[in-house]
Write a protein that binds this ligand. Structure first.
Ligand code: C2E
Ligand code: CA
Ligand code: CA
Length: 339
C-alpha cells in the first residue's frame, strides 16, 4: 500500500480499516455509529526494528490521532515525537518540583514605571522554571503545560503567596509598593481562586489595594460566569485587576464596560510597530484616551527604546514596562536596583 508515496498509502490504508469495520458491523447486524482513529508509522521511520520499539511508536501515533480529535489518521512524525518527549519530560519535572517544595521554581520581578516621573510604580512577578539539569525552560513553554495538566492551580497559589509576601517585605522600605501577579484562566475555572487569594492576602496581612491580578482577555471569558463572579469578588474586596495583552487575539472594547478593570496593559506588539505603522500609534492613542474617560489606567508593555518612551509619553500613557527600564530579575537584583 505504500508504493506511490506514503501520504497516499497511509490514507488508503486508513480507508481500508474503516471499510473493514463497516463490513464487520453490517455482517453482525449491529446498529452502531463508529469512528476510526488510526496511528501509522512508515517503515522508513523505524530506526530500531524491535517489536517493542515499533509498538511504542505506533501506540504514540494512535494516541496522537485521538488527541487531535479522533476520527482521523495520524502518520508518525519524528519532530512531533521529539516535541512530545520533551513536553512529557518537562511535565514530569514540573510535577517533581511541585512535590519537592517548589525546587526549580523562582519568581522574577520586572519594574513597572511611571512614565512622567520615571519612578518605580509597581513590579510584575514572572514565574521561572529551571529543570533538574539546570536548563531554564521558557514560560511560553512551561505555562501551557502547567495549564493543560492542572498544575497551574497549586503553582498559581504558590506564586500568589510568594509574590504577595515579597511585596509586603518591600513595603518596609517603600510603603506604597505594589505587586502585579499573573492569573491563568484555568485557575479561575478549576479552582476557587478568589478564596485562595483572599486567604493569602489575609495571611500575609497586606492591604488588597496594593495587589493587582493580571489576566488575559479571551473569547471564553466574556460569558463565563466564573469570571464574572471572580471580578465581582475582586471589586468588592478592593483587589485590583488588569487586562493583560490588550489588543491581541480576542479584543473587545465592550469588555471595559462590562468588567470593572483598573488597568489595561497594551501588548508589546504595538510598541514594536510604533514607528513603522500608523495603526499601532493610533491604537495606543485611542485606547489611552478611552481609558482616561472611563477612569482606567493604561500600561504599555515592551518598551525597549527611549524614543518609544517619548512617543508614549506624548500619548499620555501613564505606565510603561519593558527592557528599557529593566528585565525581569531575581529578588536580590531587583532590591539592588530599586530598593
Ligand atoms: P506577560 O504576562 O505578558 O509578561 C510579559 C512578558 O514580556 C514577560 O515574558 C517579559 O519577560 C516580557 N518582556 C518584558 N519586557 C519586555 C520587552 O521590553 N521586550 C520584550 N520582547 N519582552 C519583554 P516571560 O517572563 O517570558 O513570560 C511570558 C508569559 O508567561 C507572561 O506574559 C505570562 O502570560 C506568562 N506567565 C509568566 N509568569 C506567570 C505566572 O506566574 N502565572 C501565569 N499564569 N502566567 C505567567
Ligand atoms: Ca502579565
Ligand atoms: Ca502582557
Amino acid at each position: 500500500d505504500f508504493i506511490g508515496g506514503q501520504e497516499i498509502g497511509a490514507t488508503r490504508l486508513y480507508r481500508e480499516i474503516c471499510n473493514r469495520v463497516e463490513k464487520f458491523i453490517e455482517k453482525n447486524g449491529y446498529d452502531a455509529v463508529f469512528t476510526v482513529s488510526a496511528g501509522l508509522i512508515a517503515c522508513k521511520d523505524i530506526k530500531e526494528s524491535s517489536y517493542n520499539e515499533i509498538l511504542k511508536l505506533s501506540q504514540y501515533s494512535l494516541s496522537e490521532a485521538k488527541h487531535r480529535g479522533k476520527n482521523q489518521i495520524y502518520l508518525f512524525d519524528e519532530d512531533d515525537y521529539k516535541k512530545f518527549l520533551r513536553k512529557r519530560r518537562i511535565l514530569h519535572e514540573l510535577r517533581e518540583a511541585v512535590a519537592n517544595d517548589w525546587a526549580g521554581f523562582d519568581l522574577y520581578f520586572q519594574p513597572i514605571m511611571d512614565s512622567d516621573s520615571g519612578k518605580l510604580y509597581a513590579a510584575e512577578s514572572l514565574l521561572r522554571f529551571k529543570d533538574s539539569t539546570g536548563e531554564m525552560i521558557p514560560p511560553v513553554e512551561f505555562i501551557p503545560i502547567l495549564e493543560e495538566s492542572g498544575l497551574i492551580v497549586p503553582v498559581g497559589k504558590w506564586v500568589a503567596y510568594t509574590a504577595i509576601k515579597q511585596c509586603k517585605e518591600w513595603q518596609k522600605i517603600i510603603p506604597e509598593f505594589k505587586i502585579n501577579i499573573n492569573l491563568s484562566y484555568i485557575q479561575i475555572r478549576k479552582s476557587n481562586v478568589a478564596l485562595d487569594i483572599i486567604n493569602v492576602i489575609q495571611k500575609v496581612g497586606i492591604d488588597p489595594k496594593y495587589v493587582t491580578f493580571e489576566f488575559t482577555e479571551s473569547g471564553y471569558l466574556e460569558n463565563d460566569t466564573s469570571v464574572k463572579k471572580l471580578i465581582k469578588i475582586f471589586n468588592n474586596q478592593g483587589i485590583k485587576l488588569a487586562l493583560d495583552d490588550f489588543g491581541t487575539g480576542y479584543s473587545n472594547l465592550a469588555y471595559l464596560q462590562n468588567f470593572n478593570v483598573d488597568v489595561i496593559k497594551i501588548d508589546r506588539c504595538f510598541v514594536e510597530n510604533l514607528a513603522e505603522d500608523d495603526f499601532s500609534g493610533a491604537f495606543v492613542k485611542m485606547v489611552s484616551e478611552l481609558a482616561k474617560t472611563i477612569g482606567v489606567t493604561v500600561c504599555v508593555e515592551g518598551v525597549e527604546q527611549k524614543k518609544q518612551l517619548e512617543a508614549l509619553k506624548d500619548m499620555n500613557v501613564k505606565l510603561v514596562q519593558g527592557y528599557y527600564y529593566g528585565n525581569p530579575m531575581p529578588v536580590q537584583e531587583f532590591e539592588k536596583m530599586y530598593l
